[in-house]
Design a protein around this ligand. Structure first.
Ligand SMILES: Nc1ncnc2c1ncn2[C@@H]1O[C@H](COP(=O)(O)OP(=O)(O)OP(=O)(O)O)[C@@H](O)[C@H]1O
Length: 285
């Protein structure tokens, strides 16, 4: 499903002393099948923005289109939209509650009114998609490691077969290995299913290697919206709003300033290594 936001504004507690404009005139378009990242400092409006994507929050003004249809129009099938746009909140494992993982993952499809066999087939499919080991299917979710809990919780959303998957900081609180595993899994999921994926993060490092496009939010506004390569070229502006480009960006600029003829627009450590080998000529040794 393609998503288009037009001049979206959102104000919390409008008309009270606590009024806060969390989104300011945000316009953007995410084509069907894209893997997009939303990045921004704490309080920049990322969570507010994604809660609009399945109609959980209702814009104060502006329009939000799915496949060309404005969800704010009278009669728009919002219930259907909510089952098509899967939202994975921060620390989704806090919402696991059933006796075992498998029953928990069946919860969503059961709510969609599917038969017991269909629910089980969906649960199995979703758990496989996130790489959750079968030997833990009947384990209590509370006995799992942090990473496995997170996978189980993501599977719970996938079991509803959403067409758009929105993940809010899916790596929060995980150790570096758990972080890499989850992101690899999300990338794999995207490649396998072709669904539209929106990944929210406050770490450039985390998303640099995965997403096709980065939307940078700052104080409720869209500040940059481009490929990772082009976004990182604005590293000085990113610093001014409390964000940083990946370490490799700085390293390549540093090498360039020291007189090495390297490209500075690499985005991952692997790309940087190749570029340094090329520029220094180690490849011919
Ligand atoms: N329920 C609320 N009532 C009032 N203001 C809120 C509420 N939720 C968020 N805000 C404010 O709206 C702004 C945007 O918050 P939001 O949670 O969307 O930012 P964020 O980028 O997701 O932050 P984080 O990275 O910390 O999750 C912030 O200034 C925040 O304080």
């Amino acid at each position: 499903m393609s998503i288009r936001l037009e001049h979206l504004n959102y104000v919390y507690s409008q008309g009270t002393a606590y009024e806060k404009q969390a989104l300011k005139d945000v316009s953007l378009e995410i084509p069907q099948g894209q893997f997009a990242g939303i990045i921004g400092h704490t309080g920049s409006g990322k969570s507010t923005l994604i809660q609009h994507l399945n109609g959980l929050l209702w814009a104060s003004s502006g329009a939000l289109y799915y496949d060309g249809k404005n969800i704010y129009d009278n009669g728009y099938p919002l219930r259907e939209l909510r089952s098509q746009v899967g939202l994975v909140f921060q620390y989704p494992e806090h919402q696991l509650f059933e006796v075992d993982v498998f029953t928990d993952v069946c919860f969503g499809p059961k709510n969609q009114g599917l038969s017991a066999e269909e629910c089980e087939a969906r649960a199995r499919e979703a758990l496989e998609l996130v790489g959750f080991p079968e030997k833990y299917y009947r384990q209590s979710p509370f006995e799992l490691s942090g990473g496995q809990k997170r996978r189980a919780a993501i599977a719970g959303v996938l079991a509803m077969r959403p067409r758009v998957l929105v993940l809010d900081e899916p790596t929060a609180g995980l150790d570096p290995k758990g972080r890499d595993d989850i992101l690899e899994q999300v990338a794999h999921l995207h490649a396998q299913t072709g669904m539209t994926v929106v990944l929210v993060s406050h770490s450039m490092e985390d998303i640099a290697r995965y997403v096709e496009r980065i939307i940078v939010m700052n104080r409720g506004e869209k500040m940059l919206d481009d490929t990772p390569r082009n976004v990182f070229s604005h590293y000085r502006e990113l610093e001014q709003v409390g964000l940083a480009a990946p370490q490799v960006t700085y390293m390549m600029h540093d090498l360039k300033e020291r007189g090495f003829g390297v490209r500075t627009d690499v985005t991952t450590v692997e790309e940087a290594a190749d570029e340094i080998v090329r520029a220094v000529g180690f490849g011919s040794l």
